[in-house]
Design a protein around this ligand. Structure first.
Ligand code: ADP
Ligand code: MG
Length: 321
């Protein structure tokens, strides 16, 4: 198959979306943006050997390439609509492309996201995905909106993807009953789209966790011009995590491990009831892990009310940004 046949055969999928006036095949896609809406756009590239192992299961890779992009839309509170896909492939390996598409389109269909175009080139394996979503005018969960006194919250449990990576690398021995769980968290993250939408009218700021809570929260602290105080005892840790490593190592993974794709967000105390109702409604577990305080922008780690220093020294108890 040549490039055009591959695009036609594998990447031209009829969409049920009425707002796709022109999908793959012309010079541009033509998309009908609803009136009084904002367009939310985000791109991420995954490079073989940098962001994933070259032999990663193509189906998991197809899923993850889209999932990490949808996670950015979730963190903005946007409704996912359209996606474009630029693939650089070393060779035409149809079974690989088939697997990749299976993972990619399964997730796209789940959220009714239409693939509307892309590009195909030959070269070292790399995948660039651009997602487009919409938001009502005036909405959007930015990083700079946190206020002094807001609670800091996260969805799900933290550090499991990093534990999954360590398992793949043979650095830890996860008990048998948890092996699949951590592998799935690492290879098959699920974007928190529903939570993001539910937080749209409640949270003052939000972002998705791709590099570990400590570093990612520092972006919010800096953008909002205040101090973020985390209580380590509150960090949500999975049974798999607690069965595999010590509590201190678990904190370290939760704070500095990547690839969780959970949401971290801030909510004024006044909206706490509303928050519980909204997230219970979409079945997402969440935990309060700290609060925003006036002061030098940075992230402060505390345990039992006292400053805490990570063993790795990669994080001071108070890190300025
Ligand atoms: P151009 O030369 O105008 O860049 P291409 O030959 O790259 O066009 O692509 C032809 C059409 O196929 C375009 O509409 C493009 O959006 C679409 N396309 C190319 N690669 C992909 C892909 N991986 N997934 C979906 N659509 C694609
Ligand atoms: Mg092109």
């Amino acid at each position: 198959m040549n490039e055009f046949e591959i695009i036609k055969h594998y990447f031209t999928v009829a969409s049920h979306r009425k707002d796709v006036l022109m999908g793959p095949g012309d010079d541009c896609a033509l998309l009908q943006v609803p009136p009084h809406s904002l367009l939310a756009v985000s791109t991420d590239t995954l490079v073989s050997g940098v962001h994933f192992f070259a032999d990663m299961d193509p189906m998991a890779l197809g899923h993850k390439a889209l999932a990490v992009n949808l996670s950015d839309l979730a963190a903005m509170g946007a409704d996912p609509c359209w996606v474009s896909l630029a693939l650089t492939l070393p060779e035409v390996d149809e079974s690989w492309i088939k697997g990749f598409c299976a993972g990619f389109f399964e997730l796209a269909e789940y959220y009714n996201v239409a693939l509307v175009g892309g590009d195909m080139t030959r070269g070292p394996l790399s995948i660039t995905v651009t997602v487009h979503g919409t938001l009502p005018e005036g909405k959007g969960l930015r990083r700079n909106g946190a206020r002094v006194g807001d609670g800091i919250y996260v969805t799900g449990t933290l550090g499991d993807a990093a534990l999954g990576l360590q398992q793949v690398q043979g650095k830890v021995t996860v008990p048998e009953q948890y092996k699949d769980f951590v592998r799935t968290k690492f290879e098959h993250p699920h974007p928190r789209i529903l939570a993001g939408q539910a937080l749209r009218d409640i949270a003052t700021s939000a972002l998705d966790l791709s590099d570990g809570l400590a570093g990612d929260l520092a972006h919010v602290a800096r953008a909002s011009g205040m101090r973020a105080q985390l209580e380590l005892e509150q960090l949500p840790l999975s049974a798999a995590m607690l069965a595999t490593v010590s509590r201190e190592q678990a904190w370290e993974l939760a704070l500095t491990g990547g690839d969780d794709y959970e949401l971290c967000f801030t909510v004024p105390e006044l909206y706490r009831g509303q928050l519980e109702t909204a997230l219970a409604h979409c079945g997402v577990k969440f935990t309060r892990v700290g609060r925003m305080l006036a002061g030098e922008p940075g992230v402060e780690l505390t345990s039992k009310g006292r400053p805490y220093q990570l063993a790795s020294q990669s994080w001071d108890h108070f890190r300025s940004v």
